[in-house]
Design a protein around this ligand. Structure first.
Ligand code: ADP
Ligand code: TYD
Length: 194
């Protein structure tokens, strides 16, 4: 049976790195794997990236609606792949919308908007202090360092809070070496494999 795994965590927590390691580990076992991410590379993902990286000003609410619209397209691809027998590894999914969005928006609204999407089999949070994540991203000297650290610390707390609300949610200490983090992730995933 195919498995739908989501990796979550703040920016710089190691999601891209761990998606790659898990993808290769599962492939070596002979499984077919579709590794993907949100925001996607589709049209709506492009608008989101433009909104995040340029001075285009949109409200927090519009941004999270765009993430949901991007997801709405993305899940069609995910569901097709699941039907075709692929394991899915998704770098960010609706828990990101809720954890980031709830800094400025109502959590119940965010949960409701995202309740239409299929639930993953496993969500793994790479938990890491904001300071370490930002240092990994080379951001320790930027003007916005303190602002981003405060914001990402809040998002980290939100992820932990959400781990109590959603099922099949696992927390891994993401501040260790890539190999140690991978070992823990694989151990969790192995328990769900047939
Ligand atoms: P994310 O996708 O969550 O933003 P990345 O996987 O892109 O995170 O990792 C951010 C940076 O940290 C990259 O430069 C990556 O090589 C590095 N990195 C990832 N995992 C670790 C780790 N366990 N220890 C140290 N550095 C790491
Ligand atoms: P991403 O490109 O995955 O960032 P990174 O690779 O640094 O982890 O995501 C872009 C930003 O969008 C990131 O700060 C998290 C945020 N985000 C939301 O606010 N809501 C969402 O639904 C998603 C998927 C991401």
């Amino acid at each position: 049976m195919s498995l739908f795994v989501v990796l979550e965590g703040i920016d710089g927590s190691g999601k891209t790195t761990q998606t790659f390691l898990l993808e290769h580990r599962l492939r070596k076992m002979g499984r077919r794997v579709y590794a993907t991410r949100e925001p996607t590379d589709g049209i709506i993902g492009g608008i989101i990236r433009a909104a995040l990286t340029t001075k285009l000003r949109i409200t927090h609410r519009t941004l999270q609606i765009l993430f949901a619209a991007d997801r709405s397209e993305h899940v069609k691809e995910i569901e097709d792949r699941i039907k075709a027998g692929y394991d899915i590894i998704c770098d960010r999914y609706y828990i990101s919308s809720i954890a980031y969005g709830m800094v400025d928006l109502d959590i119940d609204w965010l949960i409701k908007m995202n309740s239409v999407f299929p639930e993953p089999d496993i969500t793994i949070l790479l938990d890491i202090p904001a300071e370490i994540a930002l240092k990994r991203l080379g951001d320790r000297y930027s003007k916005t360092f303190f602002e981003r650290r405060a914001f990402l610390s809040k998002v980290r707390e939100n992820f932990i809070e959400l781990s109590k609300l959603f099922k099949n949610f696992h927390i891994v200490d993401g501040s260790r070496s890539e190999e140690e983090v991978h070992r823990d992730i694989f151990k969790i995933v192995s328990d769900y494999l047939d």
